[in-house]
Design a binder for this molecule. Structure first.
Ligand SMILES: [Zn+2]
Ligand SMILES: [Zn+2]
Length: 343
């Protein structure tokens, strides 16, 4: 079966034959993948940038952690009938560590991630725990279902940021997570969502299609002046960061109201220099959000079911899995927003 595999520490991915997945054991299902999105973290692992060494002991493996498809075969006690359409939560808790036994699987110390430390969705088929499968509502097709993971990450960051009714929210970064942050902030009741990017015309086009008109290009002028011009001089209530550039945290803090929350959600390759006195006097709250929770996935699926077409513009390219490397190059050059690979 065709799969897109990371075979060693270094640049690239190898499209090629992969072994068929093991038949589903008790509580497992084999899923036929219908759509799998290329994530920013997949691109990092493809380029082999800093911070992906954790994958090495698990190589070779099939990548892909944002996917949806149909149940092909179900093991004993899986509780999912063949042909059920599902999206799959990529984090597999061990069930045995202290955190798992406390009922806090997010804190699992031996967590595996489908598509990063065990075989993922850039393949025709894979076997996963049935407990990781969420049934897609009728209105949500599998390509939208494959957006559940990145939207869940965004939903969680909006919760961490305590975005509330009537808030003005600044999103830093116009990529998929930034788009998700804007959509989830709007769903949480934000009155105004401003999104900043740097020379990112194709992604600004997606944001316009998603209904966001307040776009700021920091390649043209510094962030603060442009944001304050849009708000009539008022600072923003919440800043949500998805750039991965530490300097963007300081840029965001410069327009954040006293006591306001800034959420770092990007993966940063360098440390942050923070002028602490100003930070303390402003009582700014710097928080982190990473991953997502079951509750956020459920919320995202409900939003997708209510207004599926409102999310569709996030998907800019659809390619067969056999052209997966082309998809990675599109994502790498930021010419695309979400690229879906169709096995
Ligand atoms: Zn992802
Ligand atoms: Zn555990």
């Amino acid at each position: 079966m065709l799969a897109l595999r990371k075979t060693g520490a270094g640049f690239g991915l190898v499209p090629g034959e992969a072994p068929e997945p093991a038949p589903p054991g008790p509580g497992e299902v084999t899923v036929a993948v219908e759509a799998a999105g290329i994530c920013g973290s997949d691109v990092h692992a493809y380029e082999w940038t800093e911070g992906y060494g954790f994958m090495v002991p698990h190589l070779p493996l099939t990548m892909g952690h944002e996917f949806a498809g149909r149940v092909l075969r179900a093991g004993p006690g899986a509780g999912l009938a063949p042909d059920t359409r599902v999206t799959v939560i990529p984090w597999v808790a061990c069930g045995g560590c202290d955190a798992c036994r406390r009922g806090e699987p997010r804190g699992c110390t031996r967590k595996a991630t489908i598509g990063l430390t065990r075989d993922g969705g850039f393949a025709a088929r894979l076997t996963v725990p049935a407990a990781n499968c969420l049934v897609l509502p009728a209105a949500v097709d599998t390509e939208l279902g494959a957006l559940t993971e990145p939207l869940g990450v965004a939903c969680e960051a909006v919760l961490v940021g305590e975005v509330g009714l009537g808030d003005t929210v600044l999103v830093l970064g116009p990529g998929t997570i930034g788009q998700g942050l804007a959509l989830m902030a709007r769903a949480a009741g934000a009155a105004r969502v401003i999104v900043a990017g740097r020379a990112d015309a194709p992604r600004f086009d997606v944001l316009r299609a998603l209904g966001f008109a307040d776009l700021v290009d920091v390649a043209e002028a510094p962030l603060a002046g442009q944001v304050l011009r849009l708000t009539g001089g008022a600072p923003v209530d919440v800043v949500l960061e998805a750039t991965g550039h530490p300097a963007s945290i300081n840029d965001g803090l410069a327009v954040l109201r006293r006591g306001g929350v800034i959420v770092a959600a990007g993966i940063h390759a360098a440390p942050l220099t923070l002028p602490l006195t100003e930070f303390v006097r402003m009582r700014h709250q710097l928080r982190a959000s990473h991953g997502t929770s079951r509750a956020s996935w459920d919320k995202v699926l409900a939003l997708l079911a209510r207004e599926p077409e409102a999310f569709r513009p996030m998907i800019t390219h659809r390619l067969p899995l056999s052209r997966g490397l082309e998809g990675f190059e599109l994502a790498r050059q930021r010419a695309a927003s979400k690229v879906m690979l169709i096995p």
